[in-house]
Design a binder for this molecule. Sequence first.
Ligand SMILES: Cc1cc2nc3c(=O)[nH]c(=O)nc-3n(C[C@H](O)[C@H](O)[C@H](O)COP(=O)(O)OP(=O)(O)OC[C@H]3O[C@@H](n4cnc5c(N)ncnc54)[C@H](O)[C@@H]3O)c2cc1C
Length: 328
Amino acid sequence: MGKCVCVVCEFRNGAFRRVTHEVASEGKRIADALGVELCAVAVGSGVAEKASELGRYAVSKVYVADDPALENYLAETHVPVTAELISKCDPAAVILPASVNGKDLGARLAARLQAGLAQDCTQIVCEGANIKALRPIFAGKCFAWCDWADGSLPVISCRPNVMDCLLPSEGKAEVETVPVQIPPVRSCVKAVDLDTSGKVELTEAEIIVSGGRGMKGPENYAMLEELAGLLGAAVGASRAAVDSGWRPHSDQVGQTGKVVNPNLYVAVGISGAIQHLAGMGSSKFIVAVNKDAEAPIFSKADYGIVEDLFTFVPAFTEEVKKLKSSCS
Ligand SMILES: Cc1cc2nc3c(=O)[nH]c(=O)nc-3n(C[C@H](O)[C@H](O)[C@H](O)COP(=O)(O)OP(=O)(O)OC[C@H]3O[C@@H](n4cnc5c(N)ncnc54)[C@H](O)[C@@H]3O)c2cc1C
């Protein structure tokens, strides 16, 4: 068995993304179960000066590759460099975020390390020294347990917003900056357009208010944006709303959109097609507003409001405003 559990960090705009803390927290649980240390590898520009803060999430040592050429994720550079850092720590398992970049990196890393890959997992357990990971399959209709009975190295990407974060401690991680050879590249990232307009990013949001075809038109999303603003939420959409040109594709939740796992998902005027549920069905708490009591979304919802959304949403928004002003 390897000497540690190794987590692969995601660093963007000078900070570790929240999902890095989630995978570190999950890594710590696995490391404790296996009786080994928790290490991390961090690749990016300016990452060295931030790396010690991973100690707050129980990482004992971070192997760092810090270079301006590593600022944006590019498979040609990040895969070989990350693999080189991982080889320094001799891991029993590698855990990384199942973000857009993480899924790409995970697949390429697994091939390079001749490891076994389980993508987009929602649970990891240890049975003795054996690791098992649970992943949704068939658009979330079934779950599959993966194991590594052939003894290959487990590479596991974790779905964002699913794993519980440890409460940050005062700890500091040891940092080792590794001088790495950055390979020459044929492509480059010219710009990263996150299209969040300064708002909460959908995949990181704790609360999402999402609108579907029932919204009737793009102008009515102002109503959801107002509510989302009060709740500190992000606004999402069904594919029907996106295909109608009411919302950008970056807002789409579902099988061909984003997979989200907020604490609260409010589905407004969304029927709950299986492809939509594939993207939000594992949200911790689901509230649905729909005038059709038979809409499939109600079979997934914790709370269902059978009401015309044009009556309910403004009334609910007013109540939230009153509550907020009475609390301030
Ligand atoms: C390969 C494939 C991939 C797909 N990927 C996705 C995906 O990623 N994401 C996704 O969302 N869909 C996806 N779809 C489409 C999916 O099948 C559905 O067509 C889509 O989710 C429906 O969107 P909707 O619920 O907004 O619209 P509808 O199904 O038309 O539902 C609208 C709902 O609004 C309710 N409503 C209407 N007026 C009001 C009102 N005034 N007050 C309250 N309720 C009202 C209606 O009762 C209805 O339930 C995919 C489909 C395919 C085939």
